[in-house]
Design a protein around this ligand. Sequence first.
Ligand SMILES: [Mn+2]
Length: 187
Amino acid sequence: MRKAQIKRETRETRVTVELELDGSGNGRVNTGILFFDHMLTTFAVHGFFDLVVDAEGDLSHHIIEDTAITLGKAFRAAIAENRAKTKRYGFAVVPMDESIASCAVDIGSISGEGRSYTVLKLNLARSRVEDIDTEIIPHFFNSFAAHAHITLHICADGENEHHKIEAIFKALGIALDSATKIEERRT
Ligand SMILES: [Mn+2]
């Protein structure tokens, strides 16, 4: 079973993430931040990951950052099994009404040696969407990629911040679903 459970506790936050790569898209996410819960649930649905996230802490910035770190660590642990047959690359382009997001990932070489890189062109125009500050969004992806040891490229454009960010999380889920597929032709 390609899955992992990671708990992380600091003076600021307590975060638990359970991630199963070969799931059915069942997300149960409770961070106390409604828009972030919506995004992580969407990520699980479109990635066909089973994802349980429980997070609490002092400030929403800390909760989102530490959830990104914990999710990254869980992802890295989950792909360790059968890594030699894991596909590695994945990409997706997802429209959402007037917005569009594209995501390409490289989840790393067979050896799993820790490289990570993040390139983000998110075109976020407003500082606030629902109950989060949008400056945390690039921070989330940087932290996630660094701890998952993956290369992540994301571009987005559109008019509506909610749509743009939601298209990004869907694209990330679909790209990671492809990249984590088992490729039986790999020997
Ligand atoms: Mn929505």
